[in-house]
Design a binder for this molecule. Structure first.
Ligand code: Y12
Ligand code: CO
Length: 171
């Protein structure tokens, strides 16, 4: 089922998500719905809070070298923790909760993440390039943070002005 995506400035996006304790059918249905919702909106990553579920669950589905998003490449990270990070990189990020806005964000270039799959089995994964960025972006959602909070003062001011104008035009 496709769920509604919570968009900025909805305060729900500021929620600190809670750890998952039950790896049950409710979680599996949420993850399946998140995948359907993300693909429907041409996204490559989504956190549960973006569909109004404040739990530590996120999905990432990066396109392959032919620019195709394959379900077999889908990553589901439950209760993720970054246990090591190195380097620094800048990437122009976008977010389904802040549609049609992209801006450069600085993040670690490499991270090691510990997480559980949908059945509660624990794994560790090393991430670089786009995956490292996606993992950090999605994990920020679990802390109630958006990429726009990482912008410089001036860029943030410009964003707020543009966003207010856009919301007015929508009315
Ligand atoms: C690198 C940087 C950021 C991430 C986080 C995941 N971000 C996304 O999946 C963003 C997708 C996105 C898609 C949009 O398209 C539609 O809504 C149809 C969009 O809005 C438009 O451009 C119209 C904005 C963002 C992972 C890796
Ligand atoms: Co996002």
């Amino acid at each position: 089922m496709i769920r509604e995506i919570v968009t900025y400035p909805n305060k729900l996006l500021k929620t600190r998500s809670k750890s998952v304790e039950q790896f049950d059918q409710t979680l599996h249905t949420l993850l399946d719905d998140m995948y359907e919702t993300m693909i429907n909106k041409n996204g490559i990553g989504l956190a549960a809070i973006q569909v109004a579920e404040p739990i530590c669950a996120l999905i990432i589905n990066l396109p392959d070298e032919d620019d195709k998003q394959k379900k077999e490449d889908l990553l589901e990270l439950i209760n993720p923790e970054i246990i090591e990070m190195e380097g620094s990189t800048i990437y122009k990020e976008g977010c389904l909760s802040v549609p049609q806005y992209y801006e450069d964000v600085q993040r670690a270039e490499w991270v090691r993440v510990r997480y559980c799959d949908r059945f509660g089995k624990q794994y560790e994964m090393e991430c670089d390039e786009l995956l490292a960025i996606a993992v950090q972006h999605e994990m920020d959602h679990l802390k109630g943070e958006l990429f726009i909070e990482k912008l410089s003062y001036l860029k943030r001011k410009k964003f707020e002005k543009e966003w207010k104008k856009r919301l007015k035009e929508k009315k």
